[in-house]
Ligand binder design. Structure first.
Ligand code: AMP
Length: 281
């Protein structure tokens, strides 16, 4: 089936009409475009879980800070459409800003505690922008399930929390991070890295993996696990914003590994901000 492309909320509703009346399950993958294998893995997983897959491409201005890369964020709609066609998505929704934020738009969705620390501490307003746009997209697409990458782990937890708290009735599916052969997590922002920065960037994964391996071997002390990761990461990056171990579900800080946990970090390599995380048993 050829990929259908719609550019407005009205055209989306029209395109989904027969799918809705057939009762077919709709899976939804929201993205900001510049698609890579990570995004396409979400699409293929969506295809496995539902017969009809909607992908959105919208570079959402409200989730970027004033000093961030909104205007230079990579955009390639024709290339993205070709990739979605080969991943067998059914419908691409690429709305305008006016469709997402029409005149009179005045509602925001703000999730509490889980968005406070980690990226939330360094990107004020970011998660409010994310949860607001995702709530609006959920309202337009009305999917049965929606897929998000573990790459943006705090975002995944925030969206699960929003969906549960507002009883949106959408199943949220997390998909493990897709990586380059040297471990670097795929990201649309990796194109910003110079060859020298690209070499240093894989230290994030190396550091997180070191902690993960030590945890597998029985180390439970969070301070010691963080030390192991820090030894790899600190020499390679320009600024380490955070390196933390949190409860995998609540994102609360931990001092010993008891429940499933996650090690998460954010660092600048040159002018590029990279994030990554891994599960700890
Ligand atoms: P973005 O376009 O960066 O907003 O990402 C759209 C979706 O793709 C989000 O759910 C991301 O978590 C997910 N994603 C981005 N990079 C990866 C990756 N390397 N592996 C898996 N999912 C990813």
């Amino acid at each position: 089936m050829p990929l259908a492309i719609v550019n407005s909320a009205a055209a989306l509703e029209e395109a989904l009409r027969t799918v809705r009346t057939s009762g077919e399950k709709i899976a939804f993958v929201p993205t900001m475009g510049a698609l890579h294998e990570g995004h396409l893995t979400l699409v293929r997983e969506a295809r496995r879980l539902a017969p009809f897959v909607v992908v959105s491409i919208f570079v959402n201005p409200t989730q970027f800070g004033p000093q961030e890369d909104f205007s230079r964020y990579p955009r390639d709609l024709p290339g993205d459409a070709a990739k979605l066609q080969s991943a067998e998505a059914n419908l691409l929704f690429a709305p305008s800003q006016e469709d997402i934020y029409p005149p009179g738009f005045q509602t925001t969705v703000e999730v509490g505690e889980v968005t406070d620390g980690l990226c939330g501490a360094y990107r004020p307003g970011h998660f409010r922008g994310v949860t607001t746009v995702v709530a609006r997209l959920f309202g337009l697409v009305k999917p049965h399930l929606a897929l998000f990458g573990e790459k943006d782990y705090q975002q995944l937890v925030a969206i699960k929390t929003m969906t549960r708290d507002l009883a949106l009735g959408i199943e949220i599916v997390g998909v493990p991070t897709v990586r380059e052969p040297d471990g670097l997590a795929l990201s649309s922002r990796n194109v910003y890295l110079s060859p020298e920065e690209r070499t240093r960037a894989c230290a994030l994964f190396r550091g997180l993996s070191r902690a993960q391996n030590a945890a597998r071997e029985g180390e439970k002390d969070v301070a010691r696990l963080l030390d192991l990761a820090r030894q790899e990461i600190v020499p390679a990056v320009d600024t380490l914003q955070y390196l933390e171990i949190r409860d995998a579900e609540t994102l609360r800080p931990l001092s010993t590994l008891s429940a499933p946990a996650r090690i998460l970090c954010a660092a600048f390599i040159g002018k590029t901000r990279l994030i990554d995380n891994l599960p700890l048993a």
